[in-house]
Design a protein around this ligand. Structure first.
Ligand SMILES: Nc1ncnc2c1ncn2[C@@H]1O[C@H](COP(=O)(O)OP(=O)(O)OP(=O)(O)O)[C@@H](O)[C@H]1O
Length: 916
């Protein structure tokens, strides 16, 4: 209800109250739940044939380019019930109109006897509910807007006949009173999906030819823009508010109504003095139908959007100025209103008469409504009339306006277009997501590469570790073997030392007494020599220790290098070489030590002889006197310092004693004489120049006889040594064999306990083994068996001679095989030498090792031995030799034998051993 009381004075409605403006709270809001599809809406529209402005069968090509279909302006007439004033004033008069809603006719009484009948699209009596009015007047238009058409709902009528009531009633006291604006928004909100669709609203008033923003009154000169091509009218300067719920819409309506100009006219206490225009923009996205196209094609197709615009126009009341009682500013308002309404009427007349000129530009109202009359919009007009006969003229005028409007034909056009903007946005989102995915994949790829690299590094370092461990183990093994052999050497040396000391003590004790009593010759020179040799041995031992320390230092260096540079294979190789050099030095030292041992042994023998001579109390006048003198001159010349001692010439010796004499002494009854004699012969035989004479003089035979007839091991040892020396000559070898030498040497070996005796015997047989002609005989007489029998003593010197003999024998066999004179398995193998060879192949004693390696290589030359060698495991030793042997000639010989034997090659392939 209006609170304004000033008659004829224009007021803003801001702060005023009018029933239609009061805010509604709950009943009017509607949810924006899921909406039916466009298709179903089309069906719904078609199922409402009675509705005003039913939907045209417009083409939905989707491009918005259709020219539209004819759609006439639909017109409904609504009669307001008598108001309080009319009930009193017109109490005695009948209504000026009679409605026949069932035939959609209205009878206008001209006088008591005459009526005019008019037909409308809808006739709404004073009893028509607001809901029904909405459904017949507005709903089809609203549905059209939702389908993408522009729509106009407009109320036209005399002041106070219910235009605002019909359109703008908020229904805040009674929800049944809600007008078209509220119900239209409810329907729209119920139909759209706010996720994909949008609703925005402008609310304006046209007052005194000025367009003013009702949502922002300061914005009061808004331009009307017409699209010359489409004829669309827009107000780009107007505030556009997005609507997401009914409540905010109602607040917006209230705000707009508060700013609307209203006045208390004679005919309406709350008369609207401006034309109010509500614009609702509905933008809906169409779901793209899938027709089997690829995802990419689909995503490149811009989405279709439909843009419907609903324009609700609440015109200011039409009235006769005289009746409105307007004056002053209100008069100006009334004039302006009438001017704009008459311009609208003129346009509608022109349109109704299909006039070539429609004067839209005569007023802002007609410019604003250009699309609604004769344009592309679907338009529904409700004309409101009052029942009072006093206003028959205005009622007639309103009815005639409606009648003419009914003749106006619009070309309803679908506002559908491709939404390139949203396509671009969607593609941008897709592109970003693809970029992100690509980035993720790239990261995953890089991570995978990193993982594989780390894994590879781990595997490499694992392999390096395994290699280092294996290397360390191997090194440790070599070191252990080395320490072991050093220990053995030391034991032997100290044993010899002890023996020497004991001998010296015994000799010294006896000699001291004898020298003072009878003045005989002294043993002092011998003792000096002994101590000299001892010093030399000690020096050698010191050298050995120094070498050991050097080795240890190098080992430490090797360990340090390993720690600093695990992967430094070149460094390891270098250290290996150094180690090898040291090992060679060690071997050299060992050999020197062995030589010293031999010298020491011989010295001890000399000392022994001297002692025995002294025991015989100066028996220099006996038959042995010349010999002793000779012996003292001999003094093992090879042991003397070459710089100090002059070697006695053989001619001088023979002159003094005579070879025959010396040889005859070999058969002397006195054992001592025999011993002295055999030593002299042995010394003579050590020189190649004497050998022939000795043999020719029967020395060899005598020596062999000694082996047979004597049980003295010293004689055996010295004689065997002499035979060994003589056996270096090929002719002598045959002689030895012919005189049953093998048998004699074998039995000597079988009975010998002293390793040096065995060494001499083994040396003699080893020399015989090197004779190609004697192979079979030597073997048949037990030469190989005798050699193998001597390994029982385990002394390295003996083993070295045994290995040498085997190597010599194998070499001759190999030669015979190559020449084709030898077939079948090696005699060595037949006599069981192979297993001993294999067992000792890994020895660290170079003197043994070299001979064994050579023996293996020679045996491997003959294919007839290959099977047995594989069986006995000799093939592995050959592989090792081919890889590790420090002597290049042996290494390549082993490699050659392995690669030239089909049996070995097959076996290596089977075992997957690569020997390249
Ligand atoms: N159909 C109706 N039923 C009941 N009351 C009505 C009806 N139509 C109008 N009224 C009442 O009539 C009065 C005037 O109505 P309204 O303000 O809507 O008229 P109007 O045409 O908008 O006037 P103006 O042009 O001056 O603004 C209001 O009090 C309204 O409630």
């Amino acid at each position: 209800m209006s609170t304004s009381s000033g008659t004829g004075s224009a007021n803003h409605r801001n702060g005023t109250h009018r029933s239609s403006l009061r805010a509604q709270s709950s009943a009017s809001t509607s949810s924006a739940a899921h909406k039916p599809s466009l298709k179903s809406k089309t069906v719904l529209r078609k199922s409402s044939p009675a509705a005003l402005g039913s939907a045209p069968s417009a083409s939905k090509s989707g491009n918005g380019g259709d020219s539209g279909v004819p759609g006439r302006v639909r017109v409904a007439v609504r009669l307001r019930p008598r108001n309080g004033e009319e009930m009193i004033a017109d109490a005695d008069f009948a209504d000026c109109v009679e409605l026949q809603p069932e035939v959609k006719r209205l009878k206008l009484k001209k006088n008591n006897w005459d009526t005019d009948t008019f037909e409308f699209d809808e006739v709404l009596t004073e009893y028509a509910s607001q809901k029904r009015v909405y459904e017949v007047v507005a709903k089809p238009v609203v549905e059209g807007v939702l389908d993408g058409y522009n729509g106009t709902i407009m109320a036209y009528g005399q002041t106070g006949t219910g235009k605002t009531y019909t359109l703008g009633q908020l229904g805040e006291e009674d929800v049944a009173d809600r007008g078209i604006m509220v119900r239209a928004m409810e329907d729209i909100l119920a139909q759209v999906s706010l996720e994909t669709d949008s609703i925005s609203v402008s609310y304006l008033q046209l007052y005194m030819e000025t367009v003013q923003d009702l949502l922002d009154p300061a914005n009061d000169n808004i331009a009307i823009v017409e699209d010359p091509k489409s004829g669309d009218v827009s107000l780009p300067g107007a505030t556009l508010v997005e609507i997401r719920d009914q409540h905010s819409f109602l607040e917006l309506l209230q705000l707009g109504e508060a700013h609307r100009f209203a006045a208390n006219t004679k005919l309406n206490t709350e008369s609207s003095r401006s034309h109010a225009i509500l614009m609702v923009h509905v933008r809906r996205s169409l779901k793209t139908e899938s027709n089997g196209n690829s995802h990419m094609t689909k995503s490149l197709k811009p989405p279709l959007v439909r843009k419907g615009k609903l324009v609700v126009v609440d015109l200011a009341g039409s009235e006769r100025i005289s009746k409105s009682g307007s004056e002053g500013h209100t008069l100006e308002e009334a004039k302006s209103i009438n001017l704009s309404l008459s311009a609208l009427g003129k346009c509608i007349n022109a349109l109704a008469e299909n006039s070539s000129h429609v004067p839209f530009r005569d007023s802002k109202l007609t410019r604003l409504l250009r699309d609604s009359f004769g344009g592309t919009a679907r338009t529904s007009l409700v004309i409101t009339i009052g029942p009072s006969p006093r206003h028959r003229g205005e009622t007639t005028s309103t009815i005639m306006f409606g009648q003419r409007a009914m003749k106006v034909e619009n070309m309803v056009k679908l506002k559908e277009e491709f939404d390139y903007k949203s396509l671009s946005k969607r593609l941008e989102v897709q592109l970003d997501s693809l970029i992100e995915e690509n980035e993720r994949q790239q990261k995953a790829f890089v991570d995978e590469i990193e993982r594989i690299t780390v894994e590879a590094h781990n595997q490499i370092s694992e392999a390096e570790k395994r290699y280092a461990n294996a290397l360390e183990e191997e090194k440790q093994r070599y070191q252990n073997d080395y320490v072991e052999s050093i220990k053995k050497l030391e034991e032997n040396w100290s044993k010899n030392q002890k023996k020497l000391a004991a001998d010296r003590l015994a000799l010294g004790e006896k000699n001291g007494l004898e020298v003072t009593s009878n003045g005989n010759r002294s043993i002092a020179p011998a003792l000096e020599e002994v101590s000299e040799l001892k010093r030399m041995v000690q020096k050698e031992a010191q050298l050995k220790m120094a070498a050991e320390e050097e080795v240890n230092r190098l080992k430490l260096q090797l360990t340090e290098s390993k720690r600093v540079e695990v992967s430094g294979n070149s460094e390891i190789m270098r250290l290996h070489k150094m180690l090898e050099t040291e090992t060679q030095q060690k071997e050299k030292l060992e050999e020197e030590i062995a030589t010293l041992h031999t010298q020491l042994l011989q010295l001890s023998l000399t000392a022994d002889e001297t002692r025995q001579n002294l025991e015989r109390h100066g028996s220099q006048k006996t038959s042995g006197g010349a010999l002793d003198s000779f012996m003292s001159q001999l003094k093992l010349p090879q042991l003397q310092d070459p710089g100090n001692a002059e070697k006695p010439p053989v001619a001088k010796l023979f002159e003094q004693v005579g070879l025959q004499k010396i040889l005859s002494l070999l058969e002397a009854d006195d054992a001592d004489v025999r011993i002295h004699a055999v030593k002299v012969v042995a010394n003579l035989a050590a020189e190649e120049a004497n050998q022939q004479q000795i043999v020719e003089a029967g020395g060899l035979t005598s020596l062999l006889m000694l082996l047979r007839n004597t049980e003295d091991e010293t004689i055996h040892r010295v004689a065997a040594g002499a035979i060994a020396n003589l056996a270096m000559n090929e002719t002598n070898q045959e002689l030895i064999m012919a005189q049953g030498g093998i048998d004699l040497l074998s039995s000597t070996a079988a009975n010998a306990q002293d390793p040096q005796t065995l060494r001499m015997v083994a040396g003699a047989i080893a020399n015989l083994c090197g004779n190609d002609k004697l192979q079979t005989k030597l073997r048949s007489e037990g030469g190989i068996a005798a050699l193998l029998g001597m390994v029982r003593c385990g002394h390295p010197d003996v083993l070295a001679q045994v290995a040498r003999g085997i190597a010599n024998f194998a070499k001759c066999e190999s030669r015979a095989s190559t020449q084709g004179t030898k077939r079948g398995k090696s005699l060595l193998i037949e006599d069981g030498a192979l297993s001993w060879i294999v067992q000792n192949a890994k020895t660290e004693i170079t003197a043994i090792k070299r001979h064994i390696e050579l023996a293996l290589c020679h045996l491997a030359q003959h294919e007839g031995n290959a099977k047995e060698m594989v069986k006995e495991g000799a093939i592995w030793e050959l592989v090792r030799i081919s890889r590790e042997c420090s002597r290049e000639d042996i290494r390549s010989l082993a490699h050659r034998t392995l690669t030239s034997s089909p049996t070995f090659l097959t076996e290596l392939r089977r075992l997957r051993v690569d020997i390249r």
